[in-house]
Ligand binder design. Structure first.
Ligand code: RIB
Ligand code: CA
Length: 313
């Protein structure tokens, strides 16, 4: 079976770490060409460190990690330590990484890779703000038609926002970058809060991960215990929504998800709703569909997949 070539752009974050574990646990289906760190949940120095910690935890010190944007295109940095803790990976005690980031910066790596690989063979998987991708598209517009598809965690429709009433964090942090990406003509698959809020880290689900009895599984359980506390308090739910692994799960089992082609635009002007994904789900405008916007997921199937693949690490 042809392995899917991917670049993962990420701002770890405990839920990013779960997505990375799912990817590293699926080597038969996924070939990770490189991993690019972006400022988001925590500053770039931490997202780069955290990305390398996860690579080593998953047994991949040879993975290629690149450092990207220090801040959004033209807004002050917004971070989410209130959710992820000061380091972004609070909850588990792990040694500092020994592997170093690559010399080349993430933006040039993304451009060079898309120009080198055959057209339409590389999937971009984004788990954080879209700054790196937007910078690559601005520096090298020729790469847009070369992308197979871009699968992202971001946005919201019926679930509204999580950092403001209207905006989801990844889009809110850099709405100008999102506008560039959504307007680039790349086939987009969006995993919004509408999907991720159906994926709660319920006690019974986390117990199955813990029952794997491996070090990676134990660390993931500790990360989830820290990560979920914020959402449990906020939503009063049994566990918190597990956002980023949806991107990798889509590559492995797209049938877990359902949605529809529709137009999605990004609000960048209004102070009240900046970062909102304006989703024309009911096609009330003549704006051209530019994304597959997912709305439902088989939650048990998702957690079975995540648990089984983490168990392979
Ligand atoms: O809104 C959830 C998203 O913001 C996730 O990607 C999480 O890691 C944070 O980056
Ligand atoms: Ca993230």
């Amino acid at each position: 079976m042809q392995r899917r070539k991917i670049i993962i752009d990420t701002d770890p974050g405990q839920d990013d770490a779960a997505a990375l574990m799912l990817a590293f646990g699926s080597p038969d289906e996924i070939e990770i060409l490189g991993l690019t760190a972006v400022a988001g949940n925590v500053p770039l120095s931490f997202t780069s460190r955290n990305l390398r910690i996860v690579c080593e935890l998953c047994g991949h010190p040879e993975a290629k990690v690149y450092e990207g944007a220090l801040k959004p295109l033209n807004r002050p940095q917004v971070t989410a330590e209130h959710v992820h803790g000061k380091t972004g990976l609070d909850g588990a005690e792990l040694p500092e990484p020994t592997m170093l980031p690559q010399e080349q910066n993430a933006i040039d790596f993304i451009i060079e890779t898309l120009r080198r690989e055959p057209e339409g063979t590389v999937t971009l998987c984004t788990l954080g703000p879209l700054t790196n991708i937007a910078m690559a598209l601005t520096k090298a517009p020729d790469i847009a038609p070369r992308v197979k598809e871009l699968v992202m965690m971001g946005g919201g429709f019926s679930e509204g926002g999580n950092i403001t009433p209207a905006a989801e964090f990844n889009i809110y942090v850099d709405p100008e970058a999102a506008k560039i990406v959504f307007g680039a003509g790349i086939p987009l698959v969006i995993m919004p809060l509408d999907v991720t809020h159906q994926l709660l880290t319920r006690k019974a689900r986390v117990e199955k991960i813990a029952a794997l009895g491996t070090r990676p599984a134990q660390v993931l359980v500790e990360w989830l215990a820290f990560f979920e506390r914020f959402d449990i308090e906020k939503y009063g739910s049994d566990g918190g929504p597990l956002h980023d692994p949806t991107v990798i799960a889509y590559l492995l089992k797209p049938e877990l998800f359902s949605g529809r082609e529709c137009n999605v635009e990004i609000e960048v002007e209004s102070e009240l709703t900046v970062g909102m994904t304006v989703v024309d789900w009911w096609r009330v405008t003549d704006r051209k569909p530019n994304a597959t916007f997912m709305r439902t997921v088989d939650a048990d199937g998702f957690f079975e997949l995540l648990t089984e693949r983490v168990g392979r690490l």
